[in-house]
Write a protein that binds this ligand. Sequence first.
Ligand SMILES: [Fe+2]
Length: 299
Amino acid sequence: MMEIGNWKSMAGMAETYRKARELGLETNIAELEAFGFTVIPPEKTGAPRDFTRRLLDRVIEIAEDEDATAVELNKHNDTKPADGRQLFHLLKRDPLFIETLMNPVTRTMGAYMMGQSYLLSSMVAFLKPGPARPTPMHTDSVGVPTPLPAYSSVCNVSWILTDYTVENGTFGMVPGSHRWCRHPIVSEQPSFVGGALEEGMCVPVCAEPGSLVVFTGNTWHCTYPKTTETPRSHVVVAFCRNYVYPGESNVDMPDDLIAQYGPEFARLIGRNAWQGYQAEGPVLDRLLAVRPAYQSQHG
Ligand SMILES: [Fe+2]
């Protein structure tokens, strides 16, 4: 096995790769590079045995407590991107969500895809209590015009909370589509005949509770129609590159939670970002913090 040194040309990637190797993620990274997605099994996440169950219980509890119409997307049944409930801005609602973000496997995959200056873009819980329509084929590169960059601007690390099968409306992915550098067009939508997906480019990604389904922001994906009555849920941890405007704002994160979860948590949710300055200009330390390691001279 090749030794990974502190190579100056790598801008933090060597450190991220070493961490990935330590966590047993090298095969997952290879799959991500080759196919645009991977499934990390529960035992690799290192999460406590009951973590996923507690997370699911909390998602269901929040969905029951929250007025569904408080979420703008829930009001547009015919035009919204996905069926079922979506719960937003979760970090403050329970430490379980912060632990989902701060899990070393979640973060290592995020840092691998988005670079060490990566940020949390959003955390969203998807909950489909009963049967649901398929979600159309799309990429998660919201607002990024075609052609997409060859490297993705955003990525998706989804913590799977229930059994993801075709019947339960799991993800469909198009292997290799992360290299096509564009969004799908209308004529490329898969057709669902009698609830089943016609044979095409899309393959189902099945995963047990506690798995992480990981994919790039360039990867084409959809969801299968859900035909079962049992709940289906996952929590998306979406990361973005440092220059992307994050989906959610956590400016209201209480200081005690910042202190409890530390500087990397603060950085991930946009505290100490170099962006957003006025006439005083950027804070030098914040600027230096996101500069690639190999740039040792001031420009
Ligand atoms: Fe998506």
